[in-house]
Ligand binder design. Structure first.
Ligand SMILES: O=C(O)CCC(=O)C(=O)O
Length: 416
């Protein structure tokens, strides 16, 4: 059952979706109310939800508690059948949305109906070639051969770029595949249950983007790159091979991305570029590593980021538009290939970027000039710095934020 509410009243609308896997009758409740605070400061929302034939659901939310009351009409009057209380954690208040799923999408449909939205989409049954059936562990090891690959090795499945809980090690591809597929290792670097992650690289790792056709020609024959874009937009094709449970931190890339999950299931959580303010960024990465049970004392704004989620099954393709943040969790040992495509004219990108994650040239220049500007502000006393920094924020908002008309925002709320 999905209970969804929209809370307004903080100046900006806040949408909250609650998900319950329970024995309740299957129905979807859409509910709107105003956020108010009583004199104890507790949020209190109390309203009838959608009328559903002769049944009504009544929902009340107080801080940390959601009450659901089921009322049935008998002889013209409603009587309460049962009432359930759910304990809410603050993270339950994060908006949760499903990534839309499309089936049997061809190039024309993709370019007409999906691509222009600039939103993530799961594409099912796009032909990816024989890889979906053929890429077993033994086949990959045999065909991929013993060329050396540099891999991330971590004692914990959640990789932590802040505290660098992983090391880079070099292994022959066939040995790496065998190790990544097993839960316990007899040969290991750190511990017998260490996790592995391969993000394949080009021949000259500093200059050349990865291209499966060059580094793994025999395996590349099995993988048919979906031809949704023009060939000159192609930038790189990258192996993404993970141990079961391996979680990669939330980050963005600057190119459009088709992530093909060839084998194994994977959870992907995405956040819109518009939610960058809530993600505690260090460069292209979010410092929030635990995105499920986040420490909101440490990262209080994180709850405001809307969470888009999907589970990729073997053979699925995920379209990740440039700048959308993504966090991946391998639910099983899995092999993926992601293909980056240029979205902007070629001269917009940094020529020395083999990874597809350096900011576009104009964005880097703007960020550098911001650093210079902040240096100039330091000539003022702190309270003046604060005031002029706020004025600058207002100027940036009015000049550079995408403007959304009042009608468009209302429409979004109505259709959300
Ligand atoms: O699938 C993964 O492991 C990570 C994918 C990713 O980060 C990407 O495609 O940019």
């Amino acid at each position: 059952m999905r209970v969804r509410n929209q809370m307004k009243g903080f100046g900006i609308p806040i949408t909250t979706t609650f998900w319950f896997c329970s024995c309740f009758p299957r129905s979807e409740l859409y509910w709107r109310a105003s956020h108010t605070e009583d004199d104890t400061g507790a949020s209190r929302l109390d309203r009838f939800a959608k009328n559903d034939f002769d049944v009504k659901y009544r929902i009340r939310i107080e801080t940390g508690l959601l009450q659901l009351q089921h009322l049935r009409r008998r002889n013209g009057a409603y009587s309460s059948e049962w009432r359930v209380n759910f304990k809410l954690s603050e993270m339950d208040c994060q908006e949760k949305l499903e990534v839309p799923v499309y089936t049997d999408v061809d190039r024309e449909t993709f370019l007409r109906d999906i691509y222009p939205l600039r939103r993530p989409a799961v594409l099912k049954r796009v032909p990816l070639g024989p890889c979906v059936r053929a890429w077993t562990v033994s086949y990959l090891a045999q065909k991929g051969g013993d060329r050396e690959v540099k891999v991330h090795v971590s004692p914990e499945p959640r990789m932590d770029f802040l505290h660098k809980n992983f090391v880079y090690r070099t292994l022959p591809f066939d040995k790496f595949i065998q190790r990544a597929a097993e839960a316990k290792h007899s040969d290991f670097f750190i511990s017998e249950d260490e996790s592995y992650y391969l993000r394949s690289l080009g021949e000259d790792v500093r200059k050349e983007p990865a291209d499966l056709r060059k580094q793994f020609p025999e395996l590349a024959e099995d993988f048919h790159i979906p031809q949704f874009f023009e060939p000159e937009q192609f930038f790189s094709s990258v192996f993404r091979i993970s141990s079961p449970g391996l979680q990669l931190w939330t980050h963005y890339d600057v190119m459009d991305n088709l992530l093909a999950q060839v084998t194994g299931r994977k959870r992907v959580v995405l956040y819109s570029p518009k939610d960058a303010l809530y993600l505690y960024l260090t460069g292209d990465k979010s410092e929030v590593l635990d995105i499920d049970t986040t420490d909101l004392q440490l990262y209080p704004e994180f709850v405001k980021a809307s969470r888009y989620e999907c589970i990729l099954e073997p053979g699925d393709l995920l379209f990740i538009p440039a700048l959308w943040f993504h966090n991946t969790l391998a639910l099983q040992f899995g092999v993926g290939v992601n293909v980056f495509w240029r979205h902007l004219p070629p001269e917009s990108y940094d020529k020395k970027d083999p990874y597809g994650n350096k900011d576009p040239v104009a964005a880097s220049r703007a960020l550098q000039s911001l650093e210079r500007t902040l240096g100039i502000l330091e000539e003022l006393p702190p309270d003046y710095q604060d005031f002029y920094a706020r004025r600058m924020v207002l100027r940036i908002q009015s000049r550079a934020y995408l403007r959304q008309t009042m009608e468009a925002s209302q429409e979004n709320l109505d259709t959300a």
